[in-house]
Design a binder for this molecule. Sequence first.
Ligand SMILES: *Cc1c(COP(=O)(O)O)cnc(C)c1O
Length: 373
Amino acid sequence: MSILYSKVTAVIELANIVHNYQVLRAASGNPIAVIKADAYGHGLSQVAQVLAGAGADTFAVGTVEEAVALRATGHAHRVIALLGPVEDAEYAALWSAGVIPFLHTFEQLDRLAQLEKDQGEVLPVALKFDTGMRRLGFTLADVPALAERLKAMKNVRLEMVSSHLATADEPEAFSYVAAQAEEFAAIRRELAALGLAHTANIANSAAILGHPDLHLDQQRAGIALYGGNPFHGTEREALGQDLKPAMSVKTKILSVHGLRAGQSVSYGCTYTAPEDKTVAIVAAGYADAYSRALSAKAQMCLKGSRVPVLGRVCMQMCAVDVTGMDGVRAGDDIWLLGGDGEGRITPEELAAWWGTITYEVFCLLGLNKRVFI
Ligand SMILES: *Cc1c(COP(=O)(O)O)cnc(C)c1O
């Protein structure tokens, strides 16, 4: 949460996150709970706490700073920082806060080699390998040098090796998944041949649900924990049917008034009423992370029904069509995401209107104030 002045509230159903965790654990055995970026906007400490209560023992945040913040809430389980250490203070915090870093460069190993001599404890680390994402990571060719460096350190121990899949949620791109998996297997064989014992993970949410052959020792569960179906809109959509979205987002109606035939509403007069209409002005706009890209595209849920957004989304307001609905008043709740009954807005629908993915919808709308139920 970091939007200060807004009428928008994200309602987080923590029980649904626990439900999704149980679905994923039943599917794959040993999911690491990925709670980076404030748990995809759902609340870092709150999500960590309920998942720890449900039996999760390993958590993955983004920055080392986020790991330190999680520790400060009293979190006592294993914490991985997926982005790894970047600045001096983050290197120092690895030992003091007990954070397992993802490492992806030899420079990081150099820094750890300097620091480890002064430490009284062994730091478990994770090596990130690039097998096709081409973002961060060591490669197969780096393994001999990695083995040499790790064996020379006393207070740094290899705990796990990881790689990330670029196309696991795209059924038409499974050959790329297979190629990445093969490369990862070759890396692991080389590590083992050089005497480096480790545990391994490569599966994200899509691979947990759709690639059981890639479950390995652990899995890294992100979007599915929050009820996003990675296979939405594909022929494998049913794989995510048991997941329950955990975030709903509501705000207030500010005004209800008539729009006569021929009158326009909002900036640019992009919507003109073809006949007499009733509009509600809603307290949500792009300053509340309700994107201007939703102008004239999105729908909201009001009293269990769908109402369309008319014209442009402004900074803190937008208009919806409530023609023919009885009893709509200033002060009423209206749902940007979720809501009751038939009119409930799914994360996938909102993402489609927005021109993005559920991940971004959750991260951005979760910047608003949150309540936990
Ligand atoms: C975010 C992230 C995940 C989770 O991916 P989902 O598609 O949300 O399940 C897994 N691994 C890494 C390295 C990540 O950064």
